[in-house]
Design a binder for this molecule. Sequence first.
Ligand SMILES: [Zn+2]
Length: 203
Amino acid sequence: MSNKLTRRAALLGLAGLAGTTGLGLMWRSSNSFASNNKTASPQASMGSAPKSGDPMTHTNVSAGLSPLIDPNAYEIELTEAQWRELLEPNAFKVLRKHATERSFTSPLNDEKRKGTFHCAGCDLPVYSSEAKFDSGTGWPSFWQSLPDAVRTKKDRSLFMVRTEVHCRRCKGHFGHIFNDGPQPTGMRHCINGLALSFKTDAA
Ligand SMILES: [Zn+2]
């Protein structure tokens, strides 16, 4: 167990460092694309109108500049074998294989203390206890994530279109978001407890 944790710290530490450098490069290159396009391509408004204010839409590989870093890359990217080594088997199935835990099996479903829920993969703080509510579903439920903690993707499995939610830093699968949650957001982040760890405020 402790061996596993040490190994995790080493792997995530290295990956985290690389990711930080990568993000810096990506940000710089996006900015230069944006200004470059504005001056060099007056016809940029042809076709579908680019969303203003989003530097990603200005990225233009055909202008002779190739992005140094994939803008879709995640800060922490490990191989499947590395994740398998780091995570407990059931957490691996949820975070890396999109499995869903059986409802009412996670102790975090009943967790009511003040604190923060972290990604069980990379330890990023992702949900506050202040946004947790009892949805009655048997899965830990939140009406919002912490700022810039998660990303979403359309999930078309099981003959439904659902909004899949995952970690912004390591792409670990958390669960799904539904629009039947309580105010103030009306959203319900339905999260696998196996994808989270909990730290009380006092800790
Ligand atoms: Zn993560």
